[in-house]
Design a protein around this ligand. Structure first.
Ligand code: NI
Length: 170
């Protein structure tokens, strides 16, 4: 398994819209494995393919304490079952040190395909529901900073660009 490079804001590639997956082959399996490995190494709970510069509709999630319940979600879409908006603080591996309160639908029904291309359904609320909504945002080129004020957005942009400069000089 390979650890993939995670793109960080404001990299323009994070804004690309991912395309549907049509081939359910070994190559797709490898992408999902590498993404899971990368997510575990970086101690994240979810990762969208967009974040590792793969612009296909693929997401991995694992909310378990011991990192033993990987969920591989392909071509996701959801309908809202309970549209009460709940606000919680979210972070993102592509925006280090940044946190943002985001309103998310309380309960959703997710439809997706697994690695074999079989259609699956999942009803999700709480953290899992928010996480799915966050990762689908990524596939559509949307980021946590889009929920922030423009002032907060430019501050984090400046901060991350500065730390990138430092890294490049070293
Ligand atoms: Ni994220």
């Amino acid at each position: 398994m390979n650890r993939l490079n995670i793109l960080t804001f404001p990299d323009p590639r994070l804004r690309k819209k991912a395309i549907p997956i049509t081939a359910f082959d070994k190559d797709l399996e490898k992408k999902a494995d590498d993404m899971l490995f990368t997510m575990y190494e970086d101690k994240g709970i979810g990762l969208a393919a967009t974040q590792v510069d793969i612009h296909e509709r693929l997401i991995v999630i694992d909310l378990s304490e011991d990192r033993s319940e990987p969920l591989i979600i392909i071509n996701p879409s959801y309908t809202v079952l309970d549209d009460t908006l709940e606000v919680s603080k979210e972070g993102c591996l592509s925006i280090p040190t940044f946190q943002q309160e985001v309103p998310r639908a309380k309960e959703i029904e997710l439809t997706y395909q697994d690695l074999n291309g079989r259609e699956q359904k999942l009803i999700a609320d709480g953290l899992l529901g928010y996480c799915i909504q966050h990762e689908i945002d990524h596939l559509n080129g949307k980021l946590l900073v889009d929920y922030a004020s423009s002032l907060k957005r430019s501050r984090i942009k400046e901060k991350l660009m500065k730390s990138k400069d430092v890294k490049n000089k070293n």
